[in-house]
Design a protein around this ligand. Sequence first.
Ligand code: AMP
Length: 225
Amino acid sequence: MRLVMLGPPGAGKGTQAMLLEAKLGAPQIASGDLLRSAVRSRTALGVEAKRFMDKGALVPDDLVLQLIDDRLREPDAAGGFILDGFPRTVSQAETLGRMLAARKQALDKVVAIVLPDEEIIKRISGRRTCKNCGAMYHLIFDPPRNHNLCNKCNGELYQRDDDAEDTVRMRLQVYAGSTRPLLDYYGRLGLLVQVEGTGRADEVQRRIVAGLGVTESGSGAGLKP
Ligand code: AMP
C-alpha cells in the first residue's frame, strides 16, 4: 500500500499517518521529521534546510529529494509506505512518480485532509513536540500527562520555531500557492480521496479508512479493488 497524505500544516496529517501506519503495517515517512532529524544532527543538509524551515518556506527540492530517496530505499518501505508532507509541489510529485516508476511501483491513493485556516492556527498554536523522540501533543486536545514532559520518553516538550503564529500564516500561504495544486494533479490521476479534517482524530481516521475502502482481513489490511 503506497499512500500520500496531503493537507495544510496542522490538519492532522502526522497523527492520521501514524494511525494508518498501525492499521496498514506500512511505515509513515514524514519529510518534516527527516528534515528536523537532520537539523538536530547538524548535518550539512540540516544546517542548510533550517534556514528555510525557520521562515516557514519550502526547503529546496534537491535537499528534500535526497532524504526521501534514501528513506524509500530502506527495506521497511519496500512493501509500502505512508508519505506525510511529501510531495509538496507538483514538481516533487512528478519526481516521486518517476522514482516509483523506476522501481516498477506506483501510488495507490492520495488522502487530502481539508480544514479551514482559522481552525489550523488554533490547532498549531497549542502544538508541542518532544525534543527527544519527536512525539506530538496538544495543550488542549491531547495534553501530556506531566506538564511539559513526553508521555513516552519523559523528554522535554517545546514549541517548534515554525509553529509561531506568523510563521504558520506564511506556511499556509506556501500551502495555498505550492501544495494545493496537487489536489488537482492527483484528482486528474484518479487517486484523490478528500476527507474533512474537523473533529477528533479517531473520527477523522474513520473517514479516511472509509474513503480508502480499507478492509481488515486475517492477513492484514488491504485496499478494496
Ligand atoms: P512539516 O513537519 O511537514 O510541517 O514540515 C516542516 C517544514 O519542513 C516545512 O515548513 C518546510 O520548511 C520543510 N519541508 C517539509 N517537507 C517538505 C517538502 N516536501 N518540500 C520542501 N520543504 C519541506
